[in-house]
Design a binder for this molecule. Structure first.
Ligand code: HEM
Length: 381
């Protein structure tokens, strides 16, 4: 026997059957001319509400496009067929909301706005013709829709848990490999030191010994970086001059000749209290990402400004910007937009910034590209 799909199970639960299907289909021709009005009311309600409006990340102008998708959604709602393909489509829409990080609690209010519109219509127009069945069928299908939306959020939570578990296994692995590599590297370093005393004088040999020493330094630095990512180093706070810190971070990033990196720190931006090495790491990571995004040709701007309580540093690039589908997840470990990235850079950035009592956010840059803003308290928390 074929196993029942979640959709079938849900339909069975709310007793959604052929009678409801027929009712919804018969409502379609009378209600369809009003769908645009329903969509207007729906988005008007979102725009009136600060929190919900904030979810429209590309600004209110995306509403026109969304109204079209909502009208199509309403046509399908009343026309069906309410089969597996319908369920799949609805799950996909649910995942779109999850991906744009739309808080799930808005779904209940939003569905209710549609309910009000549809039931209001039925009560007004079908007074003489038994609106009871129509209202019951609308209630059932909207409950099913809501259940699918909430299900998408649950699925997302489960996959997040799986990711965290994956990360912890990955972290343990990185930690033990890192530690194991320290020993042989230490032996190489000591032997190199002894060799240096014996063979100096020959120019080529000296050059190669020098190179081995440099590469050892790089290998050790990589291990330190990896270990930093998996354990929180205690913060060692010092007073940091913002300009030089940002200049040093820029200098540490390899930049192609046609990418211009500019740092702007206005006079009067106060010094910061924080861990200089870890904060420098934050800006190295952000500037490195921005330079890669702006390559092969483009601009990166690092701009600092301060108010009474906070310092804000934004790193902007003229690259393609971050796809809306990953924006909500950008700071999670193992999320990357680069084919070769492992997705730890921004997660580390976020962790360091938050340990300083600050926050980091992403906004699309005006005129295209990405803009990351780090906000740090001027007084230690
Ligand atoms: C419960 C009722 C809702 C329904 C039926 C609904 C329906 C839809 C549909 C059909 C799409 C298009 C998906 C696609 O194929 O790409 C969509 C996308 C979207 N919805 Fe909703 N939505 C609902 C609630 C909300 C609310 C409350 C908000 C905001 C507060 C919202 C914000 C968005 C955004 C931002 C996208 C577009 C993402 C993108 O393309 O970048 N939705 N929605």
């Amino acid at each position: 026997m074929a196993t029942e799909t979640l959709f079938d199970e849900l339909k069975r639960y709310v007793k959604f059957g052929p009678e409801d299907e027929a009712t919804l289909r018969s409502l379609h021709p009378v209600m369809a001319p009003h769908f645009e009005r329903f969509a207007d009311v729906f988005y008007q309600r979102i725009l009136e509400h600060d929190g919900a409006r904030a979810a429209l990340r590309d600004g209110p102008h995306m509403v026109d496009r969304l109204k079209v998708t909502l009208v199509a959604w309403l046509h399908q709602l009343l026309q069906g067929p309410w089969d597996d393909a319908y369920y799949e489509r609805r799950c996909r829409i649910g995942r779109v909301h999850v991906r744009v990080a739309l808080p799930q609690h808005y779904m209940f209010g939003a569905m209710n706005v549609l309910r009000e519109q549809m039931i209001g219509f039925v009560e007004q127009h079908l007074k003489e013709k038994e609106p009871v069945q129509a209202i019951a069928s609308i209630d059932k299908i909207l409950d099913l829709e809501l259940a699918i939306m909430v299900h998408s959020y649950r699925e997302d939570l489960l996959s997040q848990q799986a990711r965290v578990e994956r990360l912890s296994t990955f972290g343990q692995l990185v930690g033990s490999i890192g530690h194991e590599l320290r020993n042989p590297l230490g032996v190489i370093e000591t032997s190199l030191y002894i060799l240096k005393q014996r063979v100096s004088g020959d120019e080529r040999t000296d050059k190669h010994i020098e190179r081995i020493g440099q590469q050892l330094g790089i290998a050790n630095a990589i291990i330190t970086k990896l270990l930093d990512m998996i354990r929180d180093r205690p913060l060692s706070r010092e007073t940091i001059a913002v300009g030089p810190m940002l200049e040093q971070a820029c200098a540490a990033v390899t930049t192609p000749p046609e990418v211009q990196v500019q740092v702007r720190v206005p006079d009067g931006v106060p010094a910061l209290l924080g861990d200089p090495i870890q904060l420098r790491q934050v800006f190295v990571n952000l500037i490195e990402n921005a330079v890669i995004a702006a390559s092969p040709k483009g601009e990166v701007q690092v701009v600092a400004r301060a108010d009474d309580a906070t310092l804000q540093i934004s790193v902007q690039d003229t690259g393609p910007g971050v796809d809306p589908s990953v924006r909500g997840r950008l700071f999670e470990p193992l999320v990357t937009t680069r084919p070769k990235g492992i997705g730890l850079g921004l997660a580390l950035v976020k962790r360091i910034v938050e340990r300083h009592g600050g926050s980091i956010g992403y906004q699309p840059r005006d005129g295209g590209g990405a803009s990351f803003t780090v906000t740090l308290p001027l007084k230690a928390p």
